[in-house]
Design a protein around this ligand. Structure first.
Ligand code: AMP
Ligand code: MG
Length: 329
């Protein structure tokens, strides 16, 4: 789906009845360039809670979007080379986290990649294969190290730096929605922001884990390759089939290697990361695609901050996982 469809107005609500006589309420809206669905048990306050969740997504989209010229991030990108610029706490928190993950992944997840992303334009009307000269220029001094943070002010050391939070923002927004739902004492919920999933508690009105299908690469959204059984966690997939264009028989997809300036090429087609932090799951799924299988496994083994599991799907359709017990037989 091309991102220029993002202005579609779409709200969809539905109720589901369970055999135990209980009900859930689900709402879907087209926001942050994708379909966002939140499902919670029906109660007197369920509609108000969903209102608050979707308001929050809208507010955060207006802060983090690199595609909306009026967002706080776009405005920061315009001026931060010229002068240190004060940002909101919401944007500051996410830039701090993005820099931290960039450092840990040695720039495989690279939030300063905005200029390169815009140059390729993949998924937008202007998608194209840029000239080598332009690519070389776009990766000059391209590093998260050139995003400077001083208190609540952000500055860039060179003009080529533009922040793009597209590989972490959906995850971070998911974490903030989970926090809101917990504050409202919602005990079980499923959140799906364009495939960025979090399942809270146990599956509705049961003691069972949730089941999450991992989509078959290049096939339609409802064909599942593998099914995971999980709860109280996020599952985020990055895949090279999600957005791409073809030129002269070559596919150019949207996950870029900031060191070469080109879409990543290795034997991975998708990586799904399971982690209680959706922001980490999101950023690491992107980073692992860039790093490749061996480096990612090394990273997971040595990463003590969060428990991370992953499922890697390869171009020959085989897969490997760090934790077989997550898979439903
Ligand atoms: P995701 O779908 O989470 O893997 O994020 C992909 C999006 O993140 C792209 O559409 C770009 O906006 C941005 N992006 C592409 N390559 C990278 C990268 N190496 N590091 C960080 N963000 C990236
Ligand atoms: Mg990501």
């Amino acid at each position: 789906m091309k991102f220029f469809l993002k202005n579609i107005f779409f709200v969809f609500c539905c109720f589901t009845f369970f055999s135990c006589g209980k009900e859930t309420v689900s709402r879907t809206e087209f926001l942050i360039g994708t379909f966002c669905t939140i499902k919670i048990p029906k109660s007197k306050s369920a509609d108000f809670i969903l209102d608050e969740c979707f308001e929050k997504i809208k507010t955060l989209e207006y802060i983090f979007s690199a595609n909306d010229f009026n967002s706080e991030l776009s405005k920061l990108n315009e001026v931060a080379f010229k002068k240190p610029t004060e940002v909101s706490n919401e944007l500051l928190d996410l830039i701090i986290l993005a820099k931290k993950i960039a450092e840990k992944t040695d720039g495989a997840f690279e939030p300063a990649i905005g200029n390169l992303v815009k140059l390729w334009g993949i998924g937008f009307e202007n998608e194209n294969l840029p000239s080598e000269v332009k690519i070389k220029k776009a990766i000059e001094d391209l590093s998260y190290k050139n995003i400077l943070i001083d208190g609540n002010k952000i500055s860039f050391t060179n003009e080529n730096i533009k922040i793009d939070l597209g590989a972490i923002a959906k995850g971070h927004i998911t974490d903030l929605i989970v926090k809101l739902l917990k504050e409202k004492k919602v005990e079980s919920a499923s959140i799906n922001l364009g495939g960025n999933i979090y399942v809270l508690g146990k599956k509705f009105f049961t003691d069972d884990n949730w089941r999450i299908g991992l989509r078959k690469p290049y096939e339609d959204l409802n064909s599942y390759e593998l099914v995971l059984s999980v709860n109280n966690t996020s599952v985020v997939t990055s895949g090279i089939y999600e957005r791409y264009f073809e030129k002269d028989g070559t596919k150019y997809h949207h996950i870029l290697d900031s060191k070469t300036g080109y879409p990543v090429r290795n034997n991975l087609v998708s990586v799904s990361v399971v982690c209680e932090s959706s922001a980490y799951a999101d950023a690491l799924a992107t980073a692992f695609l860039v790093m490749g299988y061996e480096k990612s496994i090394h990273f997971i083994k040595n990463f003590s901050e969060k428990k991370i599991d992953a499922v890697f799907i390869f171009s020959d359709n085989s897969y490997k996982t760090t934790n077989k017990s997550l898979l439903v037989k």
